[in-house]
Design a protein around this ligand. Structure first.
Ligand SMILES: [Zn+2]
Length: 283
């Protein structure tokens, strides 16, 4: 499932391609991805509208558009869910089998494709209102993180997935940040010391920033649809898992720890897999 870095890279890729484009026609094949917006309302709002800007918030894409003759912009919210892809394709190109929504922009079409239809392309922006701070922005401070963690007895790995604590972290980067900080994923959030919170705060920013940096160098390849993979919407030529190589613990159970060579472990917390080193992450 794409997390903050993958969505950030997608936003950077789509931004210049969409800027200034007008939606000429709207094709809806799976109206459930628009929910709670109705297909009729979605079409009415989007047909004739122009893309002004695109930004990311947490794991969401926020497209800003303006209707012809109107001075008030409105926002379209995109979420890739588990398997969604959003990309531009030439007008004549074959449509992917699971295309859910197609926005015709002239020579090219914007396609939202999703085999499982867990993602969203909707005019309902309410999910964004519940998000915590952006981890790479100044508003996310060690003090803020410490204050929030003090109020929770949840295991720190589970707590990091709470989007109201900090936006955009999912299963992959929660495991990676805890490894980098040397913290046990089972540790109760309110039992972390000030020094441990500071380490975790730094580790979160480092893993996300380096994933964005690394992902920015990988050309997006929309023909790749690997299951469970990262950057399933793109991979480096000739090396399927070049990005995976950058991850130190995620999906590496049984392999030796990058730091101490102890075999990495996998446990299940809140129905999600956690990967960690039993030796480097004892406390
Ligand atoms: Zn280790």
């Amino acid at each position: 499932m794409p997390e903050l870095p993958e969505v950030e890279i997608l936003a950077r890729h789509l931004r210049p391609l969409l800027h200034g484009r007008t939606i000429r026609a709207v094709e809806i094949r799976r109206p459930e991805v628009l929910e709670p917006t109705s297909a009729a309302h979605f079409k009415r709002r989007l047909r004739g509208a122009k893309f002004l800007s695109l930004r990311r918030r947490g794991k969401y894409l926020l497209f800003e558009l303006r209707q012809r003759g109107s001075r008030v912009p409105f926002t379209l919210l995109g979420h890739l869910g588990m398997t969604g892809r959003m990309f531009l394709a030439p007008k004549q190109a074959d449509r992917p089998k699971h295309a859910a929504v197609i926005l015709q922009l002239g020579a090219r079409d914007f396609i939202y494709d999703d085999p499982r239809y867990f993602g969203r392309l909707t005019l309902d922006t309410s999910p964004v209102k519940r998000l915590g701070p952006e981890p790479l922005e100044d508003s996310f401070t060690p003090e803020l993180l410490a204050r929030e963690l003090k109020r929770s007895r949840q295991a720190i790995k589970v707590k990091l997935l709470d989007q109201s604590l900090v936006a955009g972290i999912g299963n992959i980067y929660a495991s990676e940040a805890l490894f980098r900080a040397g913290l046990s994923p089972r540790r109760a959030s309110n039992r972390l010391t000030r020094a441990q919170v500071a380490k975790l705060w730094r580790a979160i920013r480092e893993v996300l920033a380096s994933a964005i940096e690394c992902g920015s160098t990988i050309p997006l390849n929309f023909s790749v649809h690997a299951s469970g993979g990262l950057f399933y919407y793109g991979s480096a030529l000739g090396s399927e898992d070049s990005y995976n190589e950058r991850l130190r613990v995620y999906d590496r159970h049984g392999q030796p720890c990058w730091r101490c060579r102890t075999p990495l472990k996998r446990i299940v917390q809140a129905a999600r897999s956690t990967f960690f080193c039993p030796r480097c992450q004892k406390t």
